[in-house]
Design a protein around this ligand. Structure first.
Ligand SMILES: *Cc1c(COP(=O)(O)O)cnc(C)c1O
Length: 357
């Protein structure tokens, strides 16, 4: 959280303007600062990352099938299904957890309209190959970039790849506005369309030209974002140090694996996922998760279960052959990671993890 006094200063002008929401002064300022910070031409703020996905899908006029992965937060798949589309699940690459681009083309049918890959944990998808496949088959690309805030890949903002990227500014994300999100797009036309869709399709007082939703960000949350944006670089730096310490302590142990460090990526260290291989360690991920919990350490099974295995999808006929996603989903834990985590905390967490070795 930002400094209390700083936040109070930021929201004071609201008491003069009496403008609480509907694209107020702080909202516009945050949109502008984000364009600069992310180095992109258009940012459309939304009330959360999920509705950002829904309006992005609507704005792209998608139909039929959308190729994605089940190794993600439920929101990705819910957004596809709630938009009347069919998710088609592709397996993931074992080294990054992102969509396996060698398997995408086999899943393309005449009904496919888009690819919706996830930069899971901030690991960047193979954006070049995805771009190539999309061009070849005339498909749209929407990136679920909820985990990639502030990252650059090959000197370019990660959210500048694809037709559209969506971001989440939920309280649990590296940069947050309490609840919030954004759509990043490439053209003025698309920006205008998204502006309409996030505000009921209201174009002017008497003109409503789209069946939009309500996804506006209010002034209080924009103020939170303006405060948090100032310290985002420091947050990333501090997390980097923590991840390095974790890796030093847990690296070189047979059965404990990390995702590959990607070259050309300026990482945001939003998450620290670690895979635990029962065959080599003699205990499994679930055992370790429970053991850590008893010791006051709250790791998360991100992402388990796979979305296609959830009760919500039991009546859907989603043919899925995703052995890599299944394996990783059973082995992975994201370990505690936040800037105020001390070296002693990391020592304690690692000593518990290593107590069976
Ligand atoms: C958090 C998240 C979302 C949804 O964002 P909200 O702001 O919580 O609505 C979507 N996709 C992924 C991968 C996420 O982690």
């Amino acid at each position: 959280m930002p400094d209390y006094e700083e936040y109070i200063e930021m929201i004071k002008p609201i008491w003069q303007s009496h403008r609480l929401t509907n694209m107020g002064f702080l909202h516009n300022q945050l949109e502008n600062e984000l364009k600069e910070y992310l180095n992109v031409p258009y940012v459309v703020l939304t009330t959360n990352g999920h509705t950002a996905l829904e309006i992005a899908i609507q704005a792209m006029n998608l139909e039929g099938e959308v190729i994605t992965t089940p190794f993600t937060f439920v929101s990705t798949i819910h957004a596809i299904v709630r938009s009347g589309l069919t998710p088609v699940f592709c397996d993931i690459d074992p080294e990054t957890g992102t969509i396996d681009t060698d398997k995408v083309e086999d899943l393309i049918t005449p009904r496919t309209s888009a690819i919706l890959p996830v930069h899971v944990y901030g690991n960047v998808c193979d954006v070049e190959k995805i771009d190539m496949i999309a061009k070849k088959h005339g498909l749209k690309v929407i990136y679920d970039a909820a985990h990639t805030f502030g990252e650059r890949y090959k000197e370019r903002s990660v959210v500048s790849y694809g037709d559209i990227s969506i971001l989440s500014f939920h309280a649990t994300k590296i940069f947050h506005t309490i609840e919030g999100g954004a759509v990043v797009c490439r053209t003025e036309d698309m920006k205008n369309k998204l502006y309409g869709l996030r505000n009921f399709g209201i174009r002017s007082e008497e003109i409503v030209d789209e069946i939009g939703t309500n996804s506006k960000m209010d002034e209080f949350r924009a103020a939170m974002g303006l405060c948090n944006l100032k310290k985002n670089d420091t947050e990333i730096q501090m997390r980097k140090g923590i991840v390095e310490l974790y890796k030093e302590k847990l690296g070189n142990i047979s059965g404990i694996d990390f995702f590959r460090e990607q070259s050309d990526l300026e990482c945001n260290y939003a998450y620290f996922p670690v895979m635990f291989d029962e065959n080599k360690l003699g205990y499994n991920r679930d055992f370790l998760y429970d053991f850590l919990k008893v010791n006051g350490i709250f790791a998360r099974k991100y992402f388990y279960p796979l979305v296609n295995d959830l009760d919500a999808y039991k009546d859907y006929d989603l043919q899925v052959d995703v052995p890599v996603a299944r394996r990783i989903s059973k082995r992975v834990l994201t370990l505690p990671l936040y800037s105020s985590l001390t070296d002693e905390d990391v020592d304690y967490i690692c000593s518990k993890i290593l107590s069976f070795n």
